[in-house]
Design a binder for this molecule. Structure first.
Ligand SMILES: Nc1ncnc2c1ncn2[C@@H]1O[C@H](COP(=O)(O)OP(=O)(O)OP(=O)(O)O)[C@@H](O)[C@H]1O
Ligand SMILES: [Mg+2]
Length: 272
């Protein structure tokens, strides 16, 4: 974690967040229960946890797509000219009828950024994600990984203070996933936003993050957290070769494994 990010009150503050969905049994489904989490300004935090433990629910609440049943969430908004947050989902759609450039430009137009500034900013981000040559292509002319890069550029171009990412690389094959991780690391290095990143992939969590948080089986609470001690910049495969990487992954997996087993047992009980 960078020194500057340790300063000031948390950028994201979740206190005792509880979310109950009505339906699914007499009392409804308790997705989150008294979950607390602080994320510092400029910190990159990943969340891992069993399927159904409430990770997406937490992100959707942070993105104001869902309400909280009880508890409190505060996002510190420092620059009113910037959007406070943006969510990038696994299947974040690009508009098929717009060119790559128009897709990336979309948020800037909505925010009424001046045309010459739009051109400069879009060029900058197209170059960062390696899509300059495809600026005038349509999404159907791109591979899945390239489309995902368009989504990433579109997210970063909006310059939100907080990035909420829900398994953004889950649909990619391994080589493309690693490329995307490295691209995200390099974009993030030049523009240290506060990131909350959800993944099922422990190695991905370690490679990207300053801190990895493990959630319990549903109802989701924080179970354990691990500081990632590796410096930056990071090269994904070099990092994975280090013995300390394997040791950290094993420790995190130790915490996660119990919760995955518990989630599975709960599912079996419910289906009987
Ligand atoms: N809109 C909704 N209405 C009712 N129940 C919901 C709704 N959204 C989520 N849930 C329930 O809340 C729980 C948590 O769901 P959530 O999608 O947050 O899990 P998750 O941790 O993101 O899982 P995954 O890793 O599989 O994506 C699940 O039991 C789910 O069925
Ligand atoms: Mg989810």
């Amino acid at each position: 974690m960078s020194e500057s990010s340790a300063q000031g009150p948390p950028k994201i503050r979740v206190e005792n967040a509880t979310k109950v969905f009505s339906g699914g049994g007499a009392d409804g489904v308790v997705a989150l229960e008294a979950l607390s989490l602080h994320v510092r300004d400029g910190e990159f935090v990943s969340i891992v946890g069993p399927s159904g433990c409430g990770k997406s629910t937490l992100l959707r609440i942070l993105g104001k797509l869902e309400s909280l049943t009880s508890g409190r969430i505060t996002l510190r908004h420092d620059d009113e000219r910037k959007p406070i947050d943006t969510i990038l989902f696994q299947d974040s759609a690009v508009f098929p009828w717009m060119t790559v450039r128009a897709n990336v430009e979309y948020g800037l137009r909505r925010r009424k950024v001046r045309a010459e500034d739009r051109l400069r900013i879009v060029d900058e981000f197209l170059a960062k994600v390696g899509l300059m040559r495809f600026a005038d292509s349509y999404p159907y002319q791109l591979s899945g990984g390239m489309k995902q890069r368009v989504s990433i550029a579109r997210t970063f171009v909006n310059d939100p203070e907080i990035l909420l990412m829900d398994e953004p690389f889950a649909a990619l094959d391994e080589p493309n996933r690693v490329l995307q991780q490295e691209e995200l690391l390099s974009i993030w290095a030049s523009d240290r936003k506060t990131v909350l990143f959800i993944t099922h992939n422990l190695e991905e969590a370690i490679v990207l993050s300053d801190r990895v948080v493990v959630m319990t089986a549903r109802p989701g609470r924080m179970k354990a957290e691990f500081d990632v001690p590796f410096g930056r910049p990071r090269a994904v495969y070099e990092l994975k070769r280090q013995p300390r990487f394997g040791e950290l992954a094993a420790k995190i997996w130790g915490e996660l494994h119990d919760e995955v087993m518990r989630a599975r047992a709960d599912e079996e009980k419910a289906s009987r």
